[in-house]
Design a protein. Sequence first.
Length: 141
Amino acid sequence: MTTITVRTAPEISSQPTRGEQDLGVSASFDGACYVVRVTGDLDLGTRDLLFAACTVRHHRSVVVDLSGLAFMDCGGYGGIVAARNIVEADDRTLTLRGARGKPGRLLGLIAHLERRSPRGFELVHHVDGFIAPSMSNAAPA
């Protein structure tokens, strides 16, 4: 099993912050898929670490375990979407699992909005009771 662990240093900002921005990312191959485990805060300042961990290897299936995620904003979600777009463009899959608390509520809200979108979004991933949105190439009905 290969494990990669990355931890960011807290960022210094002139603007007030929500708290210490810290993201832990570890990745391993479990034989069936490449699992990226995320802990801490996923936001604009830390999303590139998640993106890199999801796209650095070329495994057929990438699973992002969000069970240790404490905070995520739309900047962090943008990192997930960017990683998903790269992975899916290479005919691979990216699946989210274990989101709970505020990050889970944010992802649930986004999934709800995408279901109602006239732009051709559809839900395709369902793991551990969580539905992750995925873009469809199909034209809207």
